[in-house]
Design a protein around this ligand. Structure first.
Ligand SMILES: [Zn+2]
Length: 270
């Protein structure tokens, strides 16, 4: 079997595992903006747009391996960006130290690279910043990696494109892509209208924010349009972690059963 097919089957199996689905329990829609890998302009431009248009914060999924690098013309964050993002109230999330396909690498590698990333972030931000949410690099996972990382992080974000409605898989939260490569078929206005109608959680995903973005990034206008569409619909914007804390139905502890997820039970990486 080819590696590609193996990968597809592995990821399909993980997506079908709904054992970590939790009822989403809000009477109103919610939105989060997430920036993976953390190109510098995701904060310099993207963070500014969020603040100016909505006085809101986003989530920056940090991979230690990218700090200070320029790859394919994309300038990634420096230490100062990481400090600024945290100081400005944005969520710092984990994206593994090594930006590799974790489903392919397996759970032992996945745990280790997240521990390495935690140590890396702790060295810069101190032990006060806890990374409680995670995004799979390339969206790649497997049953065993999803299980391992869902024990370490309260919330894991995938790349399946859909609104989060009803029961939400906290081990593989879905996204709406703001990447320019998907712009032709992602209708933001309709997505926002659907979210309002169904009281859904919109988790936007993008990378760099600049006039000529990579295929995985957005122009400033694309981000501004999405933020405006959301705010004009009266939808609150919160970092992924904060939205999740607000939205996931809390288990009734008095009738808790073995295996029932309790918020705060995962090992938060600092
Ligand atoms: Zn990434």
């Amino acid at each position: 079997m080819s590696r590609q097919l193996m990968g597809r089957l592995r990821n399909r199996a993980a997506l079908m595992d709904k054992t970590r689905s939790v009822a989403w329990d809000l009477d109103a829609p919610m939105a989060s903006f997430t920036f993976d890998d953390f190109p510098a302009d995701a904060l310099e431009v993207g963070g500014r747009i969020l603040k100016e248009e909505a006085n809101a914060c986003g989530t920056y999924y940090v991979s230690g391996c990218f700090m200070g690098k320029t790859i394919d013309g994309i300038k990634f964050y420096e230490e100062g960006h990481l400090k600024d993002a945290a100081a400005q109230g944005h969520e710092i999330g984990c994206h593994a130290f090594q930006h590799e396909k974790l489903g392919q690498q397996g759970p032992r590698f996945a745990r280790q690279t997240c521990e390495d990333n935690a140590a890396f972030v702790r060295d810069i931000l101190g032990s006060g910043v806890k990374m409680t949410s995670f995004a799979y690099p390339y969206g790649d996972t497997s049953l065993t990696v999803k299980s391992a990382l869902s024990k370490k992080f309260e919330y894991c974000r995938g790349v399946r494109q859909e609104l989060n409605t009803g029961k939400v898989d906290r081990g593989q939260i879905s996204v709406i892509s703001l990447e320019i490569r998907h712009a032709a078929y992602v209708d933001i206005k309709r997505t926002v209208a659907d979210a309002v109608a169904n009281k859904s959680w919109i988790v936007f995903l993008t990378h760099d924010i600049r006039e000529n973005p990579s295929p995985y990034g957005s122009t400033p206008a694309m981000l501004e349009n999405a933020v405006k569409a959301v705010t004009e619909a009266g939808i609150q914007i919160l970092p992924l972690r904060d939205a999740a804390i607000r939205g996931f139905k809390k288990p009734q502890l008095a009738v808790s059963s073995p295996g029932l997820w309790v918020p705060g039970s995962a090992t938060a990486y600092s």
